[in-house]
Design a protein around this ligand. Structure first.
Ligand SMILES: NC(=O)c1ccc[n+]([C@@H]2O[C@H](COP(=O)([O-])OP(=O)(O)OC[C@H]3O[C@@H](n4cnc5c(N)ncnc54)[C@H](OP(=O)(O)O)[C@@H]3O)[C@@H](O)[C@H]2O)c1
Length: 328
């Protein structure tokens, strides 16, 4: 079978497509024949070995695990002896946390997978995992979203943002999306009630306040977040324009605005099967859809990552590995 591998850290040019042995599932592992994968910023963090802190996990001088890729959709081909629910032939989607999703076959734990929505193609299902889980957990678990709240999504047009706008609407919030001019119509089409074009308006100076702010673009200062949160409001920082933004938020986020009951914190998405199932149900009910910007054939995976690294993707970037349009 073919897999995308990287033997050293660097730009997309370190990725190559190589022939290797098909993995075999052990214990609670499931072997998936992959039809589609999607790219995430996490993949280029692995590929580049940045921020350096993550090398504690991925390998100090060179990657410990030479395979790359996280979000996948495909068929279960075989299961390990401890697998409980899934069986060969099931159509699944999920996340293998940067350990081999860009391949014809990959093995991962059963708890990282769920049955794919019947109404989703493999490409649409592969778009969901990291971005959808991040959006769902940011809004529901960290943001404690409630119907009728005013929710601001900064970075409404990217992988995470396109799901966040739709999930916030599914929770019956009033949603304001921040994006650039070219993405205004996209954000509106996803259900955003109000849109702020960041190239024209500085939202922090508008005087408008919000119950919940998701900073996905990761460029809002602690001061701006505090100023634009309502009393008892929650600020959830998802992305980072720079690593230097982490310490002030981690150290002072919960203290700023404490007297007014405000709280600002970082979030780290977790791969949870029950949340994959919730996303599947939202998709099946037509409450969320996958916005796919570009698709690349398997042998152009490096191009897909190169495009994602521009931070200009509108929704998700898909890598077609098998019959990714199929909706069987
Ligand atoms: N904490 C976690 O667990 C977690 C999980 C997943 C992702 N993340 C992080 O979240 C961030 C977003 O991930 P993603 O998958 O959505 O990335 P992405 O798809 O690459 O995001 C691209 C989008 O970002 C928008 N954008 C860029 N600069 C912006 C700005 N200044 N203001 C508003 N929007 C801006 C772009 O829209 P325009 O072209 O209109 O600017 C584009 O549509 C990344 O930093 C990623 O590492 C964190």
């Amino acid at each position: 079978m073919k897999a995308v591998v990287y033997r050293k850290y660097g730009g997309p040019d370190v990725l190559s497509l190589e022939e290797m042995a098909k993995p075999q599932p052990e214990g609670d592992q499931v072997l998936v024949k992959i039809h589609a994968a999607s790219a995430n910023p996490l993949d280029w963090h692995f590929m580049r070995g940045t921020p350096l802190l993550m090398r504690l996990q991925s390998g100090l001088m060179k990657p410990k695990n030479i395979r790359i890729g996280s979000d996948i959709a495909g068929f279960v081909e075989a299961v390990g002896p401890d697998v409980v629910e899934l069986k060969p032939g099931d159509q699944v989607f999920g996340d293998f946390e940067g350990s081999g999703g860009f391949a014809e076959y990959a093995c991962g734990p059963e708890k990282s997978l769920a049955l794919k929505p019947d109404n989703a193609s493999f490409a649409e299902a592969a778009a969901i995992p990291i971005a959808g889980l991040t959006a769902l957990q940011s809004l529901r678990d960290h943001g404690k979203i409630q119907a009728g709240q005013q929710v601001l999504v900064n970075g409404a047009s990217g992988g995470v943002g396109t799901y966040a706008v739709q999930i916030a609407k599914a929770y019956e919030a009033t949603v304001t999306g921040i994006c650039s001019t070219r993405n205004v119509e996209l954000a509106r089409s996803l259900g955003a009630d109000h849109i702020i074009d960041y190239t024209q308006v500085d939202f922090a100076k508008s005087g408008q306040t919000y119950d919940l702010i998701l900073d996905i673009a990761g460029n809002l200062s602690l001061t701006s977040l505090n100023r634009t949160l309502k009393p008892n409001g929650m600020g959830v920082v998802v992305g980072f324009s720079s690593l230097w933004r982490v310490p002030p938020i981690a150290l002072f986020g919960s203290r700023v605005g404490k007297q007014e009951g405000k709280s600002i914190g970082l979030m780290l998405a977790k791969i949870k099967q029950e949340d994959l199932k919730e996303l599947r149900d939202l998709f099946a009910a037509g409450k969320i859809k996958s916005v796919i910007d570009k698709r690349y054939p398997f042998h152009e995976t490096a191009e897909a990552i190169r495009y994602l690294e521009t931070s200009r993707a509108r929704g998700k970037v898909i890598i077609d590995i098998g019959d990714s349009d199929a909706m069987i």
